[in-house]
Design a protein around this ligand. Structure first.
Ligand SMILES: Nc1ncnc2c1ncn2[C@@H]1O[C@H](COP(=O)(O)OP(=O)(O)OP(=O)(O)O)[C@@H](O)[C@H]1O
Ligand SMILES: [Mg+2]
Length: 450
């Protein structure tokens, strides 16, 4: 016999409890009468669906306990489908609950058939979403160790798949920590050169006087200290891929030499006479604005065109709605594994903090903060303090600025809606109960990108 799907019923009316338990016999039903009991049961069972009465003690006539319970559940497992049950006069609360991430609501008195249908559908959606998550994660991971569900990033992935087999020179543009290294390696791995070397050089990290010999190699005696012949990085990458990171920092003298190599595909070691043919695929990356450098005479335009046969723009994390939470969950499970810990997710204050923050250090910053938090956390959920966000959320002066507070909470609700609807503006607008143009307007005002 297959296991019945589990459903948690949070309801303080004991009469209704037993009536519903009987009506929902198709499910493995756990029952709780207040928020504390609900959370304890939820942690134990992790049911995909929760039926939640908003009026729970000590506030049976209001909705504060129910809404808090909803928040807590979604903080533990955001994918949970929470179905709100409410009396007719509490409709505004039910709408509020939907805005906070509840899946659906139904009005009391209970119609068993309707409730059964809603639960069935919630279970179905939950299963589909899980399959979708597994599929996107595993397909992308098998490409490149890259986690994303953002449309802009997925486009980058498709471009990578298309250009990888071709051998054209690719230039990667993106802020620090956005994943330029990851993408460069993915291009190599998906190319026919995958079994050959991937050699990277960071043009900003090597002093100018050493860079030439690092790139092209040198003959014994070429300069003081050149006690033996040394093969350069380009030559080492023969038949593989050569990755020039921070290309914007390549000194002009070396830009000329690199250009010559790209035209003739032969190198000369420093102090050498011999012309050595080298076959490499070139990938370069920078977080600088190369057209600006060209205008200032600090970068050769002709070299730029050689390197930039195909250009890939990697969006910063603040423009990837939804990726922050996805990446956080990914890194939590990675570091759980690496560090032998068992963190379950984010606490509510952490969710708010991460959605508000604009991640100037991009994915690297997410990785670092989560790693620290997984090490430091004392509970099973990471708090804002674990993630080092305490300073930002403590009673700062702007806490009392109503406009700032309103914008902040608007931004957080909108981001959550976009997250839930995977960046689909129409659906997010519907979820938020506003029109599409209004949502666009708000997003523009709050500088949120879908
Ligand atoms: N989409 C992603 N999924 C999973 N991990 C990622 C993703 N993007 C980046 N990372 C990880 O984040 C860290 C930073 O990425 P990476 O080194 O590729 O950034 P970068 O753009 O090269 O940064 P910099 O400009 O500072 O060199 C790495 O540890 C990388 O593995
Ligand atoms: Mg890098």
């Amino acid at each position: 016999m297959t296991k019945k799907p589990s459903v948690l019923l949070v309801e303080d009316d004991t009469g209704l409890q037993s009536q519903l338990r009987w009506a929902l016999e198709a499910y493995d039903v756990a029952v709780a009468g207040d928020r504390a009991a609900a959370l304890a049961k939820f942690r134990d069972e992790q049911p995909p669906v929760v039926v939640l009465d908003l009026g729970l003690p000590p506030d049976p006539d209001g909705a504060t306990e129910g809404l808090q319970c909803l928040k807590d559940i979604l903080a533990i497992a955001p994918e949970t489908k929470v179905i709100i049950s409410s009396g007719n006069e509490e409709r505004a609360n039910a709408v509020e609950a939907i805005a906070q991430g509840a899946y659906d609501f139904y009005a009391k008195p209970v119609d068993i058939d309707v409730l059964n249908l809603i639960i069935q559908r919630a279970l179905h959606v939950h299963t589909l979403e899980r399959e979708h998550r597994v599929r996107t994660e595993s397909s992308l991971a098998s490409l490149s160790g890259l986690v994303t569900s953002d449309p802009g990033m997925l486009k980058v992935c498709r471009t990578v798949e298309k250009v990888a087999p071709t051998g054209v020179s690719v230039m990667l543009l993106g802020e620090s920590g956005t994943g330029k290294d990851v993408i460069a390696r993915a291009i190599h791995q998906l190319s026919p050169r995958a079994s050959r070397a991937f050699v990277a050089i960071n043009c900003a990290a090597i002093p100018e006087n050493l860079l030439e010999s690092e790139l092209f190699g040198h003959e014994k005696g070429a300069f003081t200290g050149a006690i033996r012949q040394t093969v350069g990085k380009i030559e080492t990458a023969n038949r593989g891929t050569f990755f020039l990171d921070e290309i914007g920092d390549l000194p002009l003298s070396l830009q000329a030499k690199l250009l010559r190599f790209l035209q003739d595909r032969v190198i000369e070691r420093v102090g050498g006479r011999q012309q050595i043919p080298v076959d490499v695929r070139i990938i370069s990356a920078t977080n600088k604005n190369i057209p600006d450098l060209i205008r200032d005479g600090r970068f050769r335009e002709d070299l730029f065109y050689r390197l930039n046969e195909i250009r890939i723009d990697i969006p910063p994390l603040r423009d990837r709605a939804g990726d922050v939470v996805l990446l956080i969950n990914y890194f939590i499970s990675e570091f759980n594994r690496q560090l032998g810990r068992n963190i379950k997710g984010l606490a509510q204050d952490a969710i708010e903090a991460v959605l508000e923050y604009n991640w100037p250090g991009n994915v690297r910053e997410v990785e670092n903060r989560v790693k620290r938090a997984v090490i430091m956390a004392e509970g099973r959920l990471l708090t804002a303090a674990d993630l080092d966000f305490l300073a930002a959320t403590g009673g700062t002066v702007e806490e009392y600025d109503l406009r700032v507070a309103r914008e902040r909470s608007e931004r957080s609700v909108i981001q959550r809606a976009l997250l839930k609807e995977q960046g689909n503006i129409s659906k997010a607008a519907r979820l938020l109960g506003i029109s599409r143009p209004t949502l666009y307007e708000l997003m523009k005002h709050l500088n949120i990108k879908a």
